[in-house]
Design a protein around this ligand. Structure first.
Ligand SMILES: [Cu+2]
Length: 198
């Protein structure tokens, strides 16, 4: 999972990096040309046409840049979609304005998702009413919750602790209060928690 999060962050940095280089490069070239070829210095404009070498260069280089951004983005996206075998399955039901989590064995919890450390967890997500979106920023998970439809996401936490869960789709008046806690605990603590009655 560390790799999945890392790949997503790298894709983000890569695309932002290219954007910054292009933005500054184009802006400074434009300013430079505006000064250098200003009217008082160059009253007669040059008429340049049909430079096939130049045209090839400005077609192929941006094409390669765009394809490389696609490749990096697609690769990181696949990490989010390919659930490892043997992942623990938990059902998620979104509703105005709370989250319900259903565990194997029948236990349920509202606005609190408890999972064991170091284990891959697959979330099968649906909604009881309008469209919501399950958002767990720490694990780069964001997936729509739609009534009558099942979507999924997965993550794996290496470190115990509390993480935020938000609804990322405006779903009504109390949308902003539709948050939950993701609690990653040690395996034995998880087992004990699972056996407790609701
Ligand atoms: Cu919502």
């Amino acid at each position: 999972m560390g790799d999945v999060v890392k790949n997503i962050d790298n894709a983000f940095i890569y695309i932002i990096g290219i954007s910054v280089v292009l933005l500054t490069g184009i802006t400074f070239t434009m300013i430079f040309f505006t000064v250098k070829y200003r009217r008082s210095k160059n009253p007669e404009p040059a008429d340049i046409r049909g430079n096939w070498k130049l045209e090839l260069v400005w077609t192929i280089i941006p094409l390669l840049i765009a394809l490389s951004m696609f490749y990096v983005g697609w690769n990181s996206y696949l990490g989010l979609r390919n659930v490892p075998k043997g992942a623990m399955e938990i059902d998620v039901l979104a509703m105005q304005f709370s989250w319900l989590f259903k565990y194997p064995g029948g236990r349920e919890s509202a606005n609190l998702l408890v999972v064991p450390e170091g284990k891959a967890v697959k979330l099968t997500v649906t909604s009881d009413d309008v469209i919501h979106s399950l958002y767990i920023p720490s694990f780069r998970v964001k997936i729509d919750a739609v009534k009558g439809m099942k979507t999924y996401a997965w993550f794996q936490a290496a470190r115990a602790g509390n993480y935020d869960i938000f609804c990322a789709e405006y779903c009504g008046l109390d949308h902003s209060k539709m948050s939950a806690i993701l609690r990653i605990v040690k395996m034995d603590e998880y087992r004990r928690w699972l056996e407790k009655k609701n």
